[in-house]
Design a protein around this ligand. Structure first.
Ligand code: FAD
Length: 510
């Protein structure tokens, strides 16, 4: 297995030149922060990835024990201040731009997705508390989250309420000034761990009648009334404890308004969704890196000149290596463009569409690139020795959690097209990215025609998958036109130009 290497230069190129993060961008700060985190990820987080996969998290006497070395790595993570990177300075954080934090998050996931999952719900929890929590709740919890003293969870799923959260049964009842929660939650990432002193559970529970209007968001600290009844045995992410939890008269506080829990939770989830897309990008990038090194090393067969060839000399292997890199570069750029749009805050309906598109694109990129990695490495790719199997197993969940990809596709054709000017804003963004490119302009016009048809269709959901593919293709093409425009500034200009040529074939949008 080739040791993990953070794709630092590709990330900086994508943030600065493709997403054009100029207004918020300070090149020295970004390079400094991402460079330091890369070193930490390569030296401290990545070496625990395979060992964590083999050992797994364990439930011992009702408490979760993380695999060996995770506790020490977390101690270092918080001593170096990484947990508070994007937290506001007034609460003890570093107040760094979300774009830089996105770079850190991708590197973290590439080095050790399982640990990243346990640590990285914190920025979303802080955002949710800032938007919906009282000043007192913020003052009590945000400094602890920013310092790493406390980690947070997102408690939504129940046995009968997976994709459909309106079926949640977990009950919250008022008890004097405060609330108590009773019920079961399943599949909760980091529901317990032995990394942080404290854990803050953000729980979606039923305080009112049926349906989503009866759901409220609660803040529920770890306490003896919250117990872990089992942790799941899974395909991948063995070091990330996926917990079944029982709340038995657990003390809790309401966050935001009663009955508006799903809205508040969506803030947390939207944050997590781009993070999931970047998990996919991280896997795509790591799979490309591992495969490239293997393919350049292994001699097999003969080239057209009759000489002994390496795998990378075979045209079909080169095709697969190229596809892996194209998937990573394209999906990363799309996520950075979406994040920049979200930070501008001017076109919220567009941000909703972009978030779903990125979630689907990033997750599929990771799975596809890992699958190609197995193919490139042949029988050795199928073994556990080279680690590409772990990339595939860990990446696989990204198409399922944070809203299964099919649900995101459905959301685009329902809420995305039916409310507000999200589709028109999307068309504007495509033309902005492509800066007058006639193929993108024509493709966008045709796409707007399909939007009109879907808006008047009786059941647009039957077309959700095809429409999402069409929309992603347009977004990808427009993004690659932008990449092509700045390719001269990439450290490997020739390779990037070759990728641009292969992606930007004129017939793709017809
Ligand atoms: C490793 C892991 C970590 C997780 N972490 C968390 C966590 O921290 N917190 C938390 O609350 N949950 C978490 N989950 C739960 C995860 O979010 C759910 O598994 C997911 O929401 C899907 O729910 P389900 O598994 O019940 O599948 P179901 O809802 O039964 O859906 C199964 C499949 O049916 C399709 N489908 C279902 N409904 C629709 C629809 N309306 N439109 C189109 N297609 C549909 C999708 O393809 C979906 O994959 C985690 C799960 C895993 C495996």
């Amino acid at each position: 297995m080739t040791p993990f290497k953070a794709p630092l230069e590709d990330i900086l190129f994508s943030l600065r030149l493709v997403a054009q993060a100029d207004e918020e961008w300070d090149e020295t700060t970004a390079t400094d922060i991402l460079g330091h985190f890369s070193a930490f990820a390569e030296n401290a987080l990545a070496p625990l990835n395979a060992t964590g996969d083999r050992e797994g998290a364990q439930l011992i006497d009702g408490r979760v024990q993380m695999p060996k070395g995770f506790k020490e790595a977390y101690k270092q993570l918080i001593e170096d201040g990484w947990q508070g990177l994007s937290a506001p300075e007034e609460f003890g954080g570093a107040g760094v731009s979300r774009l830089i934090a996105a770079g850190v998050s991708e590197i973290f996931s590439g080095a050790n997705h399982a640990m990243q999952m346990v640590c990285n719900l914190v920025p979303g929890a802080i955002t949710t508390l800032r938007l919906f929590g009282t000043a007192e709740q913020q003052a009590r919890w945000i400094p602890k989250l920013a310092s790493g003293e406390c980690l947070s969870t997102m408690c939504l799923t129940e046995p009968a309420a997976g994709s459909d959260l309106s079926a949640i049964k977990c009950r919250a009842e008022q008890a004097g000034e405060s609330w108590v929660i009773n019920g079961e939650k399943i599949f909760i990432s980091g529901g317990d761990q032995n990394l942080s002193k404290d854990i803050l559970h953000l729980v979606l529970a039923r305080s009112g009648g049926p349906g989503i209007k009866g759901l409220s968001l609660f803040l529920c600290p770890a306490q003896p009334e919250v117990t872990i009844t089992r942790i799941e045995s899974k395909l991948g992410l063995h070091a990330s404890p996926t917990c079944q939890m029982l709340f038995s008269d657990a003390g809790a506080e309401l966050v935001g308004e009663e009955g508006a829990g799903l809205l508040a939770m969506f803030k947390l989830m939207n944050h997590a969704r781009i993070d999931v897309a970047l998990q996919g990008v991280a896997h795509a990038s790591n799979a490309a890196y591992q495969s490239y090194h293997y393919a350049c090393d292994r001699k097999q067969g003969r080239g057209p000149d009759g000489q002994t060839a390496r795998l990378s000399d075979h045209a079909d292997v080169q095709r697969m290596l190229d596809e892996q890199k194209i998937l990573a570069i394209g999906a990363r750029a799309m996520c950075h463009i979406a994040l920049k749009e979200s930070m501008k805050g001017q076109r919220p309906a567009l941000v909703e569409i972009l978030t779903s598109l990125c979630k689907v694109t990033g997750s599929e990129a990771g799975i596809r690139a890992a699958d190609l990695g197995i193919q490139i490495m042949g029988g050795y790719g199928y073994l556990t020795e080279y680690g590409v199997d772990q990339i595939w197993r860990d990446a696989r969940i990204t198409a399922i959690y944070e809203g299964a990809n099919g649900i995101h596709e459905r959301t685009i054709v329902t809420r995305g097209l039916q409310s507000g000017t999200g589709a028109e804003d999307f068309a504007d963004l495509m033309n902005e990215l492509a800066d007058g490119d006639s193929i993108i302009k024509e493709g966008t016009d045709r796409w707007l025609g399909v939007v009109q048809q879907l808006r008047s269709a009786k059941d647009p959901t039957s077309q959700a998958h095809n429409f999402c593919n069409l929309t992603r293709e347009l977004f990808q093409q427009a993004t690659w036109v932008r990449i092509a425009a700045v390719a001269d500034h990439h450290p490997d200009t020739d390779e990037l130009k070759r990728f641009c040529k292969s992606v930007l074939t004129p017939d793709k949008l017809s």
